[in-house]
Design a protein around this ligand. Structure first.
Ligand code: GAR
Length: 215
């Protein structure tokens, strides 16, 4: 048995992805330990989920900082106190400075609710519906300075139904998010997944296309 991977999870909201990670660890499916959960917003439900699981929490309110650079410096200091091997963005709704991204190069993961490179940015479910997409989904990727543009690791697809609303589609995608995020973190914890320059490698092989989640 190797020691569990120390991770820090950053959140801004409900924290259902955080919960999926906590649950996977509890089930013995993910050899990781969440050292801390840090939120940029006070009083979000993700903080309560962490507290219930006995995980230390911290709020670093971005509205208290004058510039994005100042905030990210403070955030890096807060994260690094926990010495994580991996930083996990789980619904962390902030644009990160290049300094932040560079500091965590190769150990910063994000989940995005679309089939990247389609629909970077916000409001992905509404945009998928407006575009008439027949498929939608979620992507786990390493974070680089390009917004939602880092090397993709794994993608899960869902069908779009004719009567879908952004909410119904979001719920279908979230279920998949809860499967693929713990899996990608597990690969990283097992030493199977790494980033080299702008490429993700799984078992030493470059992922030119993300792994297609097909349970
Ligand atoms: C998730 O759908 C995640 O993919 C998305 O926010 C939601 C957070 O839900 N992230 C982004 O849009 C990042 N740009 P959660 O708080 O319940 O995990």
């Amino acid at each position: 048995m190797t020691a569990p991977l120390p991770i820090v999870v950053l959140v801004s909201g409900g924290g259902s992805n955080l919960q999926a990670i906590i649950d996977a660890i509890d089930r013995g499916e993910l050899p990781a330990r969440i050292q801390a959960v840090i939120s940029n917003r006070p009083e979000v439900f993700a903080l309560e989920r962490a507290a219930r699981a006995g995980i230390p929490t911290e709020v670093l309110d971005h509205t208290a900082y004058g510039t994005r650079e100042d905030y990210d410096q403070a955030l890096m200091a807060a994260i690094d106190r926990h010495h994580p091997a991996l930083v996990v963005l789980a619904g962390f709704m902030r644009i990160l400075t290049p300094e932040f991204v560079h500091h965590y190069h190769g150990r910063l993961l994000n989940i995005h609710p679309s089939l990247l490179p389609r629909h970077r940015g916000l409001d992905t479910h509404r945009r998928a519906l407006e575009a008439g997409d027949s498929e939608h989904g979620a992507t786990v990727h390493f974070v680089t300075a390009e917004l939602d543009g880092g090397p993709r690791i794994i993608q899960a697809r869902v069908p779009v139904h004719p009567d879908d609303t952004p909410e119904s589609l979001a719920a279908r995608v979230l279920e998949k998010e809860h499967r693929i995020y713990p899996l990608a973190i597990r690969w990283f914890a097992e030493g199977r997944l790494r980033q080299e320059h702008d490429q993700a490698l799984l078992d030493g092989r470059p992922l030119d296309e993300p792994v297609r989640f097909d349970p």
